[in-house]
Design a protein around this ligand. Sequence first.
Ligand SMILES: Cc1ncc(C[n+]2csc(CCOP(=O)(O)OP(=O)(O)O)c2C)c(N)n1
Length: 584
Amino acid sequence: MKLAGARIVLECLKREGVDLIFGLPGGAVLPIYDALYDFEGLRHILVRQEAAAGHAAEGYSRTTGKTGVCLVTSGPAATNLVTALQDALMDSIPLVAFTGQVPTHLIGNDAFQEADNVGITRSATKHNFLVKDGDDLAGTIKEAFFLARSGRPGPVHVDLPKDILVKEWDFDYPSTVHLRSYNPTYEGHPGQIKKAARALVRAKRPVLYVGGGAISADASPEVLELAELTQIPLTQTLMGLGAFPMAHPLSLDMLGMHGTYYANMAVHHSDVLMAVGARFDDRVTGKVDMFAPNAQIIHVDIDPSSISKNIPVAIPIVGDCKRVLAKLVEAVREELKSYPAGAVREARRQWHEQIAEWRRNEPLRYEWSDDVIKPQYVIEQLSDLTKGEAYVVTGVGQHQMWAAQYYRFKHPRMWCTSGGLGTMGYGLPTAMGVQAGHPGRLVVNIDGDGSFQMNSQELATCHEEGLPVKTIIINNGGHGMVRQWQRIIYKERFCAIDLGPSPDFVKLAEAYGCTGIRATKPSEVRPALEKMVATPGPVVVDVWVDKHENVFPMVPAGGANTDMILAPPTREVRDRAAKSQTGF
Ligand SMILES: Cc1ncc(C[n+]2csc(CCOP(=O)(O)OP(=O)(O)O)c2C)c(N)n1
């Protein structure tokens, strides 16, 4: 069958099961938009800036488990998209991103809206393609989807010159992909799994450290089974939040730079530490030679290049987290046969008591105020109101860390945050993508006043496309996280952090046809959040919070996790925080 290249692109999407794409048109991709005009079964969401198309595809992908797709034109549109591609690369989110390119005969000619797209996205993608021959078009798209979601997932970029889209080509969608040098390992080595099982059962102070890879692999049920079977306490990375229910007695909450005291202490004193789909990021390890100094380390990961990259690993297991953990649970059951019933729980008693003491002595805490809104209180109230059942997305900064600390996550794939790249402006467009994938569900974007302003134009998309995203701006009048670093590390030499009182976020929301709500006193927080949930359509809640608040604990960059700076303790706050630790 002969079809125009533009039509072939859409037919390929259909065969990949894609029913939603995010994009913004322009000259080089107009043939695709023309084909889209009467193409059935594919919804296109028109964003206001191309990075938003990429982030929306990320949110859609992370929460649905499908591959996100975006489509933008050449030159400036492609360069606008790069941040989202790098973001998806660092957080292992499967995307296929299409960009337009000038016609093949003009490539390298400084043509209008030409950029070296594949040169620019090479290091920001898992793989990229420039389609120079229309006969390769369908096969390339097939490979792009295969690469995006297989092995360690990631973004794949396909650059489409305009003449390839206009001319007609034979269309035959391949059913399989063979790439000689690309063969991800899914099954873990049985001998290594056995070794790991033995080490976990025999350990005296074991800890499980679970990251975003466990979520990508849908391994939460296996993680829970392993933790309960072995009675091993479990901590989650920023990207791993939701992989394990935080209300579970074995949960140590998040570890790392702004992790809990008890998670960091447990990891530091562990004798066996098993990482599952986590990559020993510098925000987790702190000073590497002081990280878990006495632990035998087991690492389960689909990506062999992550093993022993930062921390030497004693028992590496390369494979899909879900499959490896299922086998590991079997191996642990086998190992436990030689122990009397209840022996594991008994053997862990001392370790659990030690952790409980750390938790009692240093819970997450903040000083309450009757006059000024504490940002942590806003997140606690949201968590309580939504019972951990909302999709939560964030910007980057202090508010992101408070969301990670104080929202009590219950389920996987309900939390989106820019973990690896730390991209301000990620919140609103990502939430838009989540909402598009989950009509009728509550999607909350917890944003900073700085981060929100990097992509606030997407309120227009939310309004026009019927995406009722609820945004809560933790408004501290500036770049709070930078202020915190300048306060603690740069001796209060505050520079370039104040954003002033403008804009009026309530009026801004209204200008876009959305609802704006403001809270300036603690007593107004809960009613504002309740109104937000009850109001149809997109809503922005502007919450004026204490600008002097810091995120604690904090491991200063380059320090060891045992060098945590802790929140100032008070008895009253200690009691209150202990209550919040026990769930709702
Ligand atoms: C695109 C981008 N530019 C700069 C930074 C550096 N940065 C990290 S946090 C931060 C301040 C964030 O301010 P805001 O969004 O208001 O959040 P807050 O820390 O106040 O909660 C900045 C500038 C970044 N992460 N991303």
